[in-house]
Write a protein that binds this ligand. Structure first.
Ligand SMILES: CC(C)(COP(=O)(O)OP(=O)(O)OC[C@H]1O[C@@H](n2cnc3c(N)ncnc32)[C@H](O)[C@@H]1OP(=O)(O)O)[C@@H](O)C(=O)NCCC(=O)NCCS
Length: 199
């Protein structure tokens, strides 16, 4: 697992630590020191798909951050992963050997002239929010999008999702569109905003 020399807020990704502290013996002295393993970002593998799907499905039935209403089956997740080749990476944030978040760049539109525009997705395990993992994933995805040669990243966000809007704001995505009442979930109409980052 590579730890990229990129920055998440004031700390670098290499400094970003898992939240759970472990006690470790320090030398001959029997004292203990609190240490926490680092969070790493790496390309996703087939073996990560169960964790990726579990993280995502938690939100399907509880949140408007996705407009999907029924849990994604593993067969669907496998097909999704198979469609993400080199141009459209999927990455995971790993902590202590456990996947705690994931991010992806997907084709924005199947028409050829859209080929250098991608749509991003970032999902962090609900027990690990607001600890810098979303920031780390975003930073990694932007770096990958640039390296691949993409030109624009589009984020499609439910307008009530303040953490997501704040995260995109922080990376200088600009709000470029607001669609009123185009989603209907949990018995009410929902607005969608589009945010865009030109690379
Ligand atoms: C949006 C999401 C990815 C953010 O991940 P995260 O790991 O919690 O984000 P970070 O800890 O890196 O925080 C980044 C910024 O997001 C905002 N943020 C994160 N959690 C927040 C919360 N609970 N309330 C308000 N703002 C929040 C803050 O601006 C924060 O910056 P700060 O730490 O300087 O205040 C996460 O909340 C999530 O997985 N949500 C469900 C899925 C989703 O909405 N995905 C986005 C669709 S692409």
């Amino acid at each position: 697992m590579s730890e990229l020399p990129i920055r998440a807020g004031k700390a670098s990704i290499a400094d970003l630590r898992c939240d759970r502290m472990k006690k470790k013996k320090t030398g001959s002295k029997r004292s203990t020191k609190m240490v926490s393993p680092p969070v790493g970002i790496r390309p996703a593998a087939q073996a990560d798909l169960t964790a990726i799907n579990q993280i995502y499905n938690y939100f399907v039935t509880r949140s408007t951050c996705t407009y999907q209403e029924k849990s994604e089956p593993m067969t669907g997740r496998q097909q999704w992963f198979a469609h993400h080749g080199h141009q459209h990476p999927v990455v995971v944030a790993e902590c202590n050997g456990k996947v705690v978040g994931w991010g992806s760049l997907s084709a924005y539109h199947p028409r050829a002239a859209y080929r250098r525009t991608v749509e991003n997705s970032i999902y962090v395990h609900h027990n690990h929010h607001h600890r810098g993992i979303g920031t780390a994933l975003m930073k990694d995805l932007i770096a990958r999008a640039r390296a691949i040669g993409h030109h624009a990243i589009i984020a499609v966000i439910d307008s009530e999702q303040e953490p997501s809007v704040a995260l995109h704001d922080r990376f200088r995505f600009r709000k470029v569109g607001h669609f009123r009442q185009i989603g209907f979930k949990f018995g009410r109409w929902l607005d969608v905003i589009y945010m865009e980052l030109l690379l």
